[in-house]
Design a protein around this ligand. Sequence first.
Ligand code: SF4
Ligand code: SF4
Length: 332
Amino acid sequence: MKTVSSLLDSAWHERYKKISSLNIRSSIYDVTNQCNLRCKGCFFFSSNEHQAANEEMDIGKWSRFVQKEKERGVNLAILIGGEPTLYLDRLETFYNMLPTYCATNGLIKIPRERFPDMMVGISLWGDEEDEKLLRGKDTFAVSGKNYKGDPNTYYLYTITPKQVGRIEHVISKIADVGLKVHLQLLTNDENVDGFFWTEGKLKDVRAEMDDMLEKYPSTVISCKYYHEIITTGRMMKRAFGWAECPSVTEPLDNRNPQPKRLIRFIRWASDLQTMHRCCTSATRDCSTCKDGAAHMSWVMVNKRGHLNSTKDLQNWIEVYEMFAKLYRFIPW
Ligand code: SF4
Ligand code: SF4
């Protein structure tokens, strides 16, 4: 293993210094068990996580809970659901106390006068056809209008196997409304016919993601190493899965041996007491998991493994920078 200084020139070393001091401590919160959509393949509903706990309705309890999370050392609150925008008062308790990111389907417009710089990630599952099939409506038609040109919003585009060869249409629509996009892959949690990945499709989608990054560099927030990791599920000859996943709730993590993991990470249910196993679904087969954030975090917690060569360390820096951009720790 080599040292960071011996592997990087001064420009890369500057980039390294900017991210290595960030010390990100994230946790994930189910803001509500309800949603205004019911997408086929939604990990939350398909694994019955919406029934895991009764939603806390007392806003005072939310406020005290967030304060405790802050004291626990959390410096990034990732709000999911259900659909978080159904409860703006709960969003506000987080936003007033912590750096906050809100994942939404974009159908409800977050009032910017109340949340001026909150980072918003809008879920998108493909083009009009796939969105109607999987989510029951063309959400972009609404979300694109709601968030057009918003400097603190990006699309989280979940690419499905059916999208392969047709990604550019979606990317260019996003570029046209002046927003950024981050790419991830569908995990077919509800076994929808025609939406399974094959080796061939994964190879093709990797090439297409690389191509989109080159063609739309100011729209696509990504890097090629991330594309490699998420499409192959392999990093340094290791396979992603339960034994390696960094995004497991810490108090429930009884793996032995312990892999490198996110420190103090917890995914909380909406009763503010129940914990879910990980950042996605407790019933998901980890060997099929394509969760983008878990793969990114997998790279990030394994810096030592990337100290073999200059290229490996640069790859690590690019993934870390991508994560930091997506959650507003550094500018786009
Ligand atoms: S919008 Fe999100 S939370 Fe709601 S059903 Fe779809 S994937 Fe699930
Ligand atoms: S389902 Fe995915 S995120 Fe959850 S523990 Fe398994 S690999 Fe990790």
